[in-house]
Design a protein around this ligand. Structure first.
Ligand code: SF4
Ligand code: SF4
Length: 464
């Protein structure tokens, strides 16, 4: 009988190898970013602020600090909102430190050598995603058809008010905690609308040919926003192409450190949108737009990462990213056709972090909303602070997400709004959940929905 040679575990990669060390050195520890960091503002703990987190990552890379559960906790509690980038006078690319660091953290699991798991840990093996990541974050959310299938019964339950009955009877408490959280965060779902066709022609003189990115969760839950966006683009003289082969942008995976599935989705989207006759690829969800604009440098980092095992060819990703435009950015540059329909309402505009910080788009949505006759646009306090949605953060860090959600809503309510406008599906869900908790019936709409209503000369009450 032949004896098997015992396998020798391969050495773990040293953390931080995919990050050029100079990026850490850009931080001069001035602390000017701390007041704009939502987690620091809430906890007052330096380790929950950008300067502290950069220090922690660098210390781990230098080998001066072990990647303990406590260190992980401070890094996991970061929203990746990039408010610190906007505030930083030294141009620190915080997202380009944290995101690749998280990918590398995913390849390490911490194992306590003491009873107290917050101290003295060492990397031992690949960290496996738990059931929630495997089945929900990675197995459900990135697939629009699975999401649509899962939302079908939820729509009926809302319609028949069975969800309220389940809550009242305490039946939802039988669900695992994170599913309870998902159920509580689910907004009032609009009636299902048909899939967008592959092509919608421009109205009037043709000014551009664009492709629309529809994504995953956004297409399953906010398809009405895609329709509104497509109609606004048509009104502005754009042929709109909607490629069927497109998929999730990959942000769910990438921001949770799962590199290879993110790379696969990147390749799928690059192939789906390769038509050279398209002038721009339009995105109406801030989080997806930011991820798609980052494909170029993410591809560079992941290709350089030992775990990726992919060929080093980043040119298609760079080209793809250079063609991405947020819809507000695109319309503002194109020169919008003024809408005619009046909407008499006080509108509070909420800046999504991945628009204002990651994409530096602040003025364009405001300018577009101001074109609508009748709208009184209000600014809110603390516009730079995240609402706590931050992609899947809301589900993985519920306590901090709730604190920030309450804080954001109280700033918004100071303006006494009749409508809240937000350019990101995640923010919209977070705000709707907090409004619902407080018994407030204020619609949260995408700026494209308001523009669409104005072009169609329809009232807000016509939305179902
Ligand atoms: S990230 Fe920028 S603002 Fe913050 S401490 Fe470092 S240099 Fe200063
Ligand atoms: S990304 Fe946001 S939460 Fe994270 S350190 Fe920067 S400001 Fe704070």
């Amino acid at each position: 009988m032949s004896q098997q040679t015992p396998s020798i575990p391969s050495p773990l990669p040293v953390l931080g190898q995919s990050i050029p060390y100079d990026r850490f050195l850009d931080c001069v520890h001035c602390g000017l970013c701390t007041a704009s960091c939502p987690t620091y503002v809430e906890t007052g703990d330096e380790n929950d602020g950008p300067r502290g987190r950069i220090y922690l990552m660098r210390a781990v890379v230098d080998g001066r600090l072990e990647l303990t559960n406590a260190v992980r906790g401070h890094l996991d509690s970061c929203l990746d909102c990039r408010s610190c980038e906007t505030a930083c006078p030294s141009g620190v690319q915080y997202g380009r430190l944290l995101e690749p660091f998280r990918v590398e953290m995913q390849n390490h699991v911490t194992q306590s050598s003491h009873e107290d798991s917050s101290t003295q840990t060492r990397p031992t093996r690949i960290r496996k995603p738990d059931w929630f990541h495997r089945w929900i974050l990675y197995g459900l959310f990135p697939y629009r058809n699975r999401m649509a299938w899962a939302l079908g019964p939820a729509r009926w339950m809302q319609k028949l008010k069975l969800d309220r009955a389940m809550n009242a009877l305490g039946l939802t408490k039988l669900l695992p905690l994170r599913l309870q959280r998902m159920q509580a965060q689910l907004p009032q779902l609009r009636a299902a609308v048909p899939e967008l066709p592959e092509f919608l022609p421009a109205k009037g003189q043709r000014r551009a040919k664009v492709a629309l990115f529809t994504g995953c969760v956004a297409d399953a839950m906010f398809r009405h926003v895609h329709w509104a966006t497509a109609r606004v683009l048509q009104e502005n003289g754009c042929d709109v192409v909607i490629p069927r082969q497109q998929g999730c942008c990959g942000a769910i995976h990438y921001h949770n450190g799962a590199a290879q599935p993110a790379m696969n989705l990147m390749k799928q989207n690059i192939t789906a949108f390769q038509d050279p006759s398209i002038d721009a690829i339009i995105v109406n969800v801030a989080g997806c737009g930011s991820m798609l604009k980052d494909y170029g440098h993410i591809s560079e980092e992941l290709n350089g990462h030992a775990a990726s095992g992919t060929e080093n060819n980043t040119a298609p990703a760079q080209t793809f990213s250079s063609r991405i435009r947020d819809v507000h950015e695109f319309l503002d540059a194109l020169g919008p056709v003024p809408p005619r329909g009046r909407i008499e309402a006080i509108v509070a505009y909420q800046d999504a972090c991945h628009l204002q910080h990651a994409q530096k788009i602040r003025q364009q949505p405001r300018d577009l909303l101001k074109l609508i006759p009748g709208i009184q646009l209000k600014s809110i306090n603390e516009p730079e602070l995240c609402c706590g949605a931050a992609g899947s953060y809301n589900l993985t860090q519920p306590d901090m997400a709730d604190r920030l959600g309450r804080r954001k809503l109280s700033c918004i309510m100071e303006t006494k709004p009749e409508i809240i406008a937000s350019g990101n599906a995640g923010c919209s869900m977070q705000l709707q959940a907090h409004l619902q908790q407080q018994g407030l019936a204020i619609p949260v709409l995408h700026p494209m929905e308001l523009l669409d209503l104005s072009y169609q000369q329809k009232p807000v009450s016509s939305l179902r």
